[in-house]
Design a protein around this ligand. Structure first.
Ligand code: ADP
Length: 220
């Protein structure tokens, strides 16, 4: 396998998480080398990724044959087999790959990956659980925590902001949030300015410290 360009990404472990990630990368125009030890999985993704190969990623020789040391970005999406995840990850770190992302299935797993030196440890189920909790609890239509205590919330406007220019609402000083964008039914998303007047029926995008964005989004 020849690495097409520096933009290529290798995804190791093509279970539910890895395959979804690999297909999304392909959709966005990124070349993907997918690796899994399971023949059926490799078969089912054949033709959908740039390359799909059956290999045991805990074997240094296999990874070298696949030119893994030449990749700048590799995702280890092996979760349930913690031993395979750790062995694979430590090989990649030894290859000095610039960006290694590794999925953790538990806090202990994540701690080990961090101790190994992985810069990007991801906790898909934990993060998704938290995110859905915010959706379930409030009137939010969508919620994303950017990290470092900052969140973006898609929601319906409350009485504080409806009907007068955003510049006059003082929500930044009073509530610690800002409305970054709004959408009128049937129209595209638009950036807000100090002159924007939000109407009932609009959808807004609130940005701010996680708790404050959440509190603001729950005001009537
Ligand atoms: P998910 O929850 O996203 O489905 P899993 O951890 O269950 O994730 O799946 C991980 C995938 O990684 C499986 O398809 C499995 O075949 C693959 N895998 C596990 N160990 C290895 C290994 N040593 N080499 C290559 N692929 C592996």
């Amino acid at each position: 396998i020849r690495v097409a360009d520096a933009d290529s990404v290798a995804v190791i472990g093509l279970g539910r998480f890895g395959s979804s990630l690999a297909l999304e990368l392909m959709d966005n125009g990124t070349e993907v080398l997918g690796i899994d030890g399971d023949e059926d999985i490799v078969q089912s993704l054949n033709g959908q990724l740039t390359h799909v190969v059956k290999a045991d990623s805990t074997k240094e020789e296999s990874l070298r044959q696949l030119s893994l040391p030449d990749f700048e970005r590799v995702v280890v999406a092996i979760g349930s087999d913690v031993q395979a995840s750790i062995l694979t990850t430590s090989l990649l770190l030894r290859f000095n790959i610039q960006h290694v992302w590794a999925k953790a299935v538990s806090d202990a797993h994540g701690t080990i990956l961090e101790q190994l030196g992985v810069q990007h440890v991801i906790y898909p189920e934990k993060d998704m659980g938290k995110r859905v909790a915010h959706l379930v609890r409030g009137a939010m239509q969508d919620y994303i925590e950017i990290g470092d205590d900052f969140a973006l919330v898609k929601t319906t406007p409350n009485s504080v902001v409806i009907g007068r220019p955003l510049g006059e609402t003082q929500i930044r000083s009073k509530y610690g949030v800002t409305i970054t964008a709004y959408k009128r039914p049937g129209q595209a998303w638009n950036y807000t300015t100090a002159e924007t007047i939000i109407q009932a029926g609009d959808t807004i995008l609130v940005a701010g410290a996680t708790r404050r964005a959440e509190v603001f989004s729950q005001l009537a």
